[in-house]
Design a protein around this ligand. Sequence first.
Ligand code: ASP
Length: 440
Amino acid sequence: MLECIVTKFGGSSLASDEQFRKVRSILELEPTRRYLVPSAPGKRFDGDDKVTDLLYLCHKLASEGKSITDPFAKIRDRYLDIARGLHLKVDIEASLNEVEEGITAGKSRAWCASRGEYLCGLLVADYLGWRFVDAADGIVFHEDGTLDDPKTQEKLSALLADGESAVVPGFYGAMENGEVCTFSRGGSDITGALVARAVNADVYENWTDVSGFLMADPRIIDGPAEISSITYKELRELSHMGASVLHEDAMFPVRKAGIPTNIRNTNKPYHPGTMISRDAPNEISVPTITGIAGHKGYSVINVEKSMMNSEVGFGRKVLQVLEDRGISFEHMPTGIDSLCVVVKTEALAPYRDEVMGKIEELVDGQGAVSVSDQLAIIATVGRGMVHNCGTAARLFKAMSRARINVRMIDQGSSELSIIVGVNDSDFEATVRAIYHEFVG
Ligand code: ASP
């Protein structure tokens, strides 16, 4: 029997009074769901506004000395509609007035944006009859705007120590001086993970509008299979390459604490979703691959230098050139007297000539430096590949059957993923070839 579940509901799950009703019935299905982290109300239909976007707009208008009457009226209506539809007693009108005054009086951008979750939390707490815990009292930020992780754990666990059911609004916290800070967009996922860790939850349920992760991008593969179980390590690889459902930073606190995350669909409450865990224990059978993700728009810097092999520190000097310009590298396959550095074309663009010039200086006439663009990178990820023979052979055979030229290969010794680089124009065909080889 599970003892404690922390739930986080995304913006579309709290977009209207009808969605609030679904949330309550989900909680009633399982009484151990005792903590709830809400996002701000999101879109009810295509083309609708997200409250957070409206709040950012209000802040921008106010900072330019313009009126916020129109966008704020939309925000007001969203909350009043929900409060009326659910016959809530909370005086949300008074809180809305305070927020409008705050924005007009020049409160910070983060404070303005955070009010979406704050107001939503007030409504949810009233609707459920749960305690409202202001995230500004439990989520602590450093002065540079990054999370103070140890202090957050200390404060949040003390705040929630009594075990009483509570609503903690997502997305924001505060510095020690009380100034409100937010995470980056989608950051309520992080708040949910921090609350789960603070109460030592058995599971962190992240309720959204999809039934978990798919094995591949549905814009490329028609109706891709759903991923029912995945490890944090695998997910990290896939989300780095673009598979997005969960905020990337939401994995760290729960992963470290060994708490699984379950992605669930508010509109399909009985669907088991995707379970993300540290080591997927007790598996009877593991599929060879868990998922495929990728991106276009990379460049490869090719560096050749005779006797590079025996020159200690050459690789570091090349990477230093990139570091000096704040360019992060994605992969670095090496040969004996050559190395390739894969970077995002966009990140290289502003410094391209300078970077190439500096690397040429390092090569010092004893080789060649070139850069080629339009590289797409595809990661095929799967714990089922570890210690399993033949996966790479199948993957490359599938690519060769589809007449795709492989421009780059990278596989770490963890054997968790095989990374291939192909021409941008072969990106979709590569994903299809790999998917059909392994999934059918
Ligand atoms: N409301 C914020 C956003 O739209 C945070 C979140 O929903 O997670 O990004």
